[in-house]
Design a protein around this ligand. Structure first.
Ligand code: C5P
Ligand code: C5P
Ligand code: C5P
Ligand code: ZN
Length: 500
């Protein structure tokens, strides 16, 4: 069998062997789109390898969360989409004999390693843009099938071959590539319109397995589910005067085309148009952009690579990797990871309908959050900008809001943005109200200039008695309440040093 990411093959095989040795496994994952797809990939791989397991989700893998995990009587814990940054704490529990950790992650590792640790950053692959947590989990899933297959061959001599002679894409877990791509897209790893590096190899496996299709398409969000006027009106990454943020303008633009874009009185969606129809709309859109003075570099951004899941029904969120990932964020970031996991596992127990309800709520929260930040504005320091949302924006989505607000009036794209929000009232009662969550977002351009928000959030938070980490382009931290100003001052200094 070929390895999807050869650099990781040895570690992946070691992790797979360790899992196959376990009587049962506790699977712990993160509560966002990448964490959910990571868990769904791992869950299916464990199921297929006949390893019993139970799944738990954590908003953050802090000291308390790890202690709770150690207190269970599982001897083997599989961490996905987190764990690397917490290796020092995990290691203490490992040393104490509480459990053996197996980790499939892509976050910046702490100053300690462990035997069963699969992370692209250990092998020169960028964890922020080339492989996600779901990607690392996929590499592990492929190794699990391979190892399980080899052990089976030792007992019988039958390989897993279908009637046609081709290896079954479920038997070798290649069908899980679609979820890996949803995770990568959910972590915003598609830069310049497409996925790169190890992610691209996973895409290629998914295409070969028939669970993914890629192609150049309009770069707008909502091609599957949004009625055409809304698709155009809400698309603001490339601002087209008279269409973006302009309900009547978008309607007039579509009415002016010589196409039947309504059916039974309802607007059609992009995904239902024929190729000719798509071509007509896209050309008219580009023509309008040119005539209203949108710069050529921006116009290029109107087209990007779309990642389509051809086995999912046309017109559903599940068919488009980007819409799928937003649907997942709408569940897990609202304490309903069970719903998101159900969706990933093939709509178990009517999960999709429940997820759609949560999505309506998530969309409203994002749009209200972005409006709030844009209206109230941000505070500009020398090297960064920030706002404090208090309890107006949920801490689990304040980072998404900050990222989406960048570029709006008064909110620069040439400085990173930091966003504070109150920690929600749950968990350790003594800590309630004592700590503040802070999220940060940059751009790939800033990262090329030296920005590393993982270091900024880690160092600045620890300087004031908190902790944090993440990726160069997006990171987060927890800081004690009242220390926000000192934190900002330190963060501003570090960003200044990085960008000098
Ligand atoms: O925990 P995790 O790695 O999954 O979170 C990554 C977060 O960083 C996501 O919320 C993603 O949207 C964000 N991100 C971003 N811009 C990027 C890369 C990641 O906002 N260019
Ligand atoms: O919510 P999530 O982090 O998955 O959003 C990823 C990206 O999808 C956002 O940065 C935004 O560009 C786009 N999006 C959107 N409209 C939504 C949700 C997401 O345009 N309602
Ligand atoms: O929560 P948010 O979406 O802002 O997280 C951005 C990135 O920072 C994620 O990859 C998350 O795992 C990481 N993070 C972290 N430590 C924290 C908070 C966030 O490593 N305390
Ligand atoms: Zn991730």
């Amino acid at each position: 069998m070929t390895d999807p990411v050869p650099e990781l093959a040895d570690r992946a095989a070691a992790c797979a062997d360790r899992l196959l040795d376990a009587d049962r496994v506790l699977l712990a994952s993160h509560i966002d789109a990448d964490g959910l797809t990571s868990a769904a990939i791992a869950a299916q791989a464990l199921e297929r390898a006949a390893i019993p397991f139970e799944t738990v989700f954590e908003k953050q893998l802090d000291q308390d969360a790890i202690a709770d995990i150690a207190a269970t009587d599982y001897d083997t814990v599989l961490f996905t989409d987190f764990g690397s940054g917490q290796l020092e704490i995990i290691g203490e529990h490992e040393d104490a004999g509480a459990f053996t950790p197996v980790i499939a992650d892509h976050h910046q590792p702490a100053d300690r390693d462990t035997e069963f640790h699969l992370n692209p950053l250990l092998f020169g692959i960028d964890g922020a843009s080339e492989l996600s947590g779901a990607g690392a989990s996929y590499v592990l899933a492929r190794a699990l099938a391979d190892t399980a297959d080899r052990s089976a061959e030792l007992c019988s001599d039958g390989g897993m071959v279908t009637a046609s002679g081709a290896t079954d894409v479920r038997a070798d877990n290649r069908d899980l590539a679609a979820l890996a791509v949803v995770g990568a897209v959910g972590d915003m790893q598609a830069s310049g319109g497409e996925l790169h590096g190890a992610n691209e190899k996973i895409v290629a496996e998914g295409v070969e397995a028939g669970v993914l299709e890629t192609g150049k398409d309009l770069a707008l969000y909502g091609k599957q589910t949004r009625p055409l006027p809304k698709l155009l009106e809400y698309a603001t990454d490339v601002h087209i005067p008279g269409i973006s943020n302009d309900e009547n303008g978008a309607l007039r633009f579509l009415d002016g085309l010589d196409l039947e874009l309504k059916r039974d009185g309802e607007w059609r969606r992009w995904s239902g148009l024929t190729n000719d129809e798509k071509q007509t709309v896209a050309s008219a859109l580009v023509k309008r952009a040119v005539s209203t003075g949108v710069p050529a570099t921006k116009i290029d951004q109107l087209v990007s690579t779309a990642y389509v899941l051809p086995e999912e029904p046309v017109g559903t969120e599940l068919r488009d990797a980007s819409e799928f990932s937003t649907l997942l964020n709408a569940t897990a970031r609202y304490e309903r990871a069970d719903v998101g996991l159900g969706v990933c596992l093939g709509d178990r127990d009517g999960a999709l309908e429940r997820a759609r309800k949560l999505l309506r709520n998530h969309r409203r929260n994002l749009s209200e959050g972005i409006d709030l930040v844009t209206r109230e504005g941000v505070t500009h320091e020398d090297h960064l900008q920030w706002f404090h949302a208090g309890d107006e924006i949920r801490e689990t989505i304040v980072g998404i809001v900050a990222g989406m607000a960048m570029g709006n009036e008064g909110i620069s794209r040439s400085k990173p943005i930091l966003a504070f929000a109150e920690k929600s009232a749950e968990g350790d009662a003594a800590e309630n109200g004592q700590e503040v969550k802070v999220s940060s977002r940059g751009t790939h351009t800033l990262v090329r200039q030296g920005l590393d928000l993982s270091t900024v959030m880690g160092e600045a938070s620890r300087a004031v008695g908190g902790d944090g980490g993440g990726h160069n382009v997006a990171a987060g931290a927890t800081v004690p309440k009242g220390k926000e100003d000192a934190f900002i001052e330190r963060a501003d200094e570090i960003v200044g040093e990085q960008l000098s």
